[in-house]
Design a protein around this ligand. Structure first.
Ligand SMILES: [Fe+2]
Ligand SMILES: [Fe+2]
Length: 167
């Protein structure tokens, strides 16, 4: 049975509880080699976005499917390449990687419709298809906040990642 996220449930505990199989999978861990923004890896970014999504959701006091919220946000950038590498297949990364991440996520994990919409629509408004679920809207916002923070503050990531890996 899924654990219910209570107001007092710690964000890192929620992410670990629902996302442990993703976080400790080989491919996800390998994304630590691929840089996202600045010197923050895709793995670090994805964990931070998942934690930010839970934090924002708890702030709104609305109902969410926290299982999907955690997992969709962990997998939103599961494109599994370094987009800085000069390679033809990485062209238009900003427009294409959401679909690539969804394909990879569906190959490696069991993806439900809420998670699929989150992953596919997280690049709104660059990608013009808007998010359709509450969880997808939260992910969109959390992703932008983390992207802004990571370009200026590496310590923010070290703090988030420590909470996951130190337990
Ligand atoms: Fe992305
Ligand atoms: Fe992202």
């Amino acid at each position: 049975m899924r654990k219910r996220i209570e107001r007092k449930t710690k964000v890192a505990d929620a992410v670990k509880y629902y996302g442990a199989d993703i976080i400790y999978s080989d491919k996800f861990k390998r994304s630590h080699k691929n840089m996202q923004h600045g010197n923050v890896s895709v793995m670090e970014h994805s964990i931070s976005v998942s934690m930010m999504s839970v934090r924002l959701a708890k702030l709104t006091h609305l109902k969410y499917d926290y299982y999907s919220l955690v997992r969709g946000s962990l997998l939103h950038d599961y494109f599994l390449y370094d987009w800085h590498d000069k390679d033809k297949s990485h062209r238009l990364h900003g427009f294409r990687h959401a679909d690539t991440a969804l394909t990879n996520a569906a190959d490696d994990f069991s993806i439900n419709p809420i998670e699929a919409n989150m992953i596919a629509r997280h690049m709104f408004p660059l990608n013009i298809r808007p998010p359709r679920t509450r969880e997808a809207v939260i992910l969109c916002i959390a992703d932008k906040i983390c992207a802004a923070k990571e370009t200026v503050s590496k310590p923010f990531y070290n703090k988030s990642i420590k909470k996951i890996h130190d337990k």
